[in-house]
Design a protein around this ligand. Structure first.
Ligand code: NAD
Length: 493
């Protein structure tokens, strides 16, 4: 283990105990018994921040054993007792906001203000679901059976496996875990190997909040190996995954054998439609915000920008001007808008997508890679003349590459926006009420945001249609992913 570099991260923290380099199973910080480990890198500097162990198969099963044993007590608590523990966790997340943000910036690369924002955003789900757990009401059903009383009660589904990505290392865990815990389910979290330290800090704070051993577990290991065990394990009753559509499909298949409850939050490739009535500057500034958050590594990133031909050129000019003002750098430094991409392969993929677009006739308006401040950085790119045969149209770039296409009328814009395997989120910018309603109804997406870049948060149902996923997180529907409905018939009354 590289202790020198590990100490570097811990010395950045007010509370060094938040930096953990072990898995967390049954309330214990756990070594890998097979001696396998993985280095975690700071994407801005390329330096190793620390190492995490890879658990062996029997250690993953031990986490399931622990969750099974702990479930008995956790589900038997009153909802308000679980709420108390979750609110204590929420308070601790906010009290340790700076340290959590520092860990996140160092392992993920996003600028510190964005990381602070994610801690608050992630914590807000804990508070929401702490309260929502007290409202998992069943129903009374008017009886069609003589002398009988009919109804439903809601019960926790059981152990939930949560597999999460690196782009939002904290909030993608709390959005799932808070709902599961509030419903009475124990969780086994498998974070992305690129960003395990945020997950482990969450575990440390869950322990301090009085969440019992075995209820919040973090397992680490070779992703396919860990996922296969969790999917095949019959005692794991729910699987919630956020990540790529490719891996989501795989997990859905692997879960078929045990007929689990599966929730999938997958890829995006969002269209951003700008109507002819819009002020091109206002729309361009909004599109920049919707495209470049987390350096474009966001499932909600505006990937296919569709602008009415009458304002296309003005829009592009304002977009380029705004984009030129973005500063790239190490997220720990002040005045940085965009951090690095997560690793070198992401930079190579981005370069390939730009080359493909240029070879098929796109125009490079701006984007000079020679100005990149480090090997994992990718300078923002603006391309016009986007066409449907380009990778930039067909794939999620997960990079700061903006592609603009002009369209002639609403019907064309709708057809283009829907021309994707994905269906997570769509943006529409227009002040014409009839156009708003037309787009709202016609767009095949789980979420449509009109004249607003911000759309997510605890009270809303987040999720996609088509190959963007199954189920919803957040809102009153979010907790249902972790609840079974039990019907009862009391006869002979
Ligand atoms: P990914 O699918 O590569 O990884 C996600 C998780 O799956 C990680 O924990 C990873 O270790 C694990 N994994 C990777 N390969 C696996 C395998 N073969 N078997 C089992 N598990 C495996 O995705 P990513 O690159 O971490 O994240 C980017 C993707 O996530 C994008 O497509 C993005 O759109 C999507 N995403 C979606 C949402 C949403 O809410 N819909 C939110 C954030 C990210």
């Amino acid at each position: 283990m590289n202790m020198k570099l590990s100490r570097t991260l811990s010395t950045m923290l007010d509370d060094p105990r938040l930096f953990r380099q072990h898995a967390y199973v049954n309330g214990q910080w756990t070594h890998g018994e097979g001696g396998r480990e993985e280095a975690v890198f700071d994407p801005a500097t390329g330096e190793a921040l620390g190492y995490i162990p890879w658990l062996e198969a029997h250690q993953i099963r031990a986490a399931v054993d622990a969750a099974e044993a702990a479930f008995v007590h956790w589900r038997a608590l009153r909802a308000d007792e679980r709420c108390e523990r979750l609110l204590a966790w929420y308070d601790l997340l906010l009290a340790n906001r700076e340290d959590l943000a520092t860990i996140m910036t160092m392992e993920q690369g996003k600028p510190l203000p964005d990381a602070r924002g994610e801690v608050e955003y992630g914590a807000s789900f804990v508070r929401w679901f702490a309260e929502e757990g007290k409202r998992t009401f069943g129903e009374t059903i008017p009886s069609h059976i003589p002398n009988a009383a009919l109804g439903t009660i809601k019960e926790p589904v059981g152990i939930a496996a949560l597999i999460t990505p690196w782009n939002f290392p904290l909030a993608m865990i709390t959005r799932k875990a808070a709902a599961a815990l509030a419903a009475g389910c124990p969780v086994i979290v498998k974070p992305a190997g690129e960003t395990p330290f945020s997950a482990l800090a969450l575990a440390e704070l869950a322990e301090r909040a009085g969440i019992p051993a075995g209820i919040f577990n973090v397992v680490l290991g070779e992703p396919a190996e860990v996922s296969q065990i969790l999917c095949a394990e019959p005692r794991v009753r729910a699987l919630s995954f956020t990540g790529s559509t490719r891996v989501g499909r795989l997990l859905l298949e692997q879960s078929a054998g045990t007929v689990k409850r599966v929730s999938l939050e997958l890829g995006g490739d969002a269209p951003f439609v700008v109507g002819p009535d819009m002020d091109p500057k206002e729309a361009a500034f909004a599109a920049v915000a919707a495209k470049f958050q987390t350096s474009g590594q966001d499932c909600l990133a505006a990937d296919r920008i569709l602008v009415h031909e009458s304002i296309h050129d003005e829009f592009v000019a304002h977009f380029a001007e705004r984009m030129a003002a973005l500063t790239l750098g190490n997220g720990l430094e002040s005045e940085v808008d965009l951090g690095p991409l997560i690793h070198r392969q992401a930079v190579e993929k981005a370069a390939g997508i730009v080359d493909d677009a240029l070879s098929k006739g796109a125009t490079l308006v701006a984007g000079d890679q020679s100005a990149a401040p480090g090997e994992n950085f990718f300078m923002p790119v603006l391309l016009t003349g986007l066409t449907r045969d380009m990778r930039l149209w067909q794939e999620e770039s997960f990079a700061p590459i903006a592609g603009v296409m002009a369209y002639a009328d609403d019907d064309e814009a709708i057809a283009l926006a829907n021309d994707t395997q994905y269906g997570l989120a769509a943006y529409v910018y227009t002040h014409d009420i009839r156009r708003i309603w037309k787009f709202l109804r016609a767009l095949e997406f789980g979420m449509v945001s009109v004249n607003s870049v911000k759309m997510t948060g605890p009270p809303v149902p987040f999720g996609g249609v088509k190959q963007s996923g199954l189920g919803r997180e957040g809102g009153t529907t979010g907790i249902d992913e972790y609840l079974e409905t039990k019907y009862y018939c009391l006869g002979a009354l």
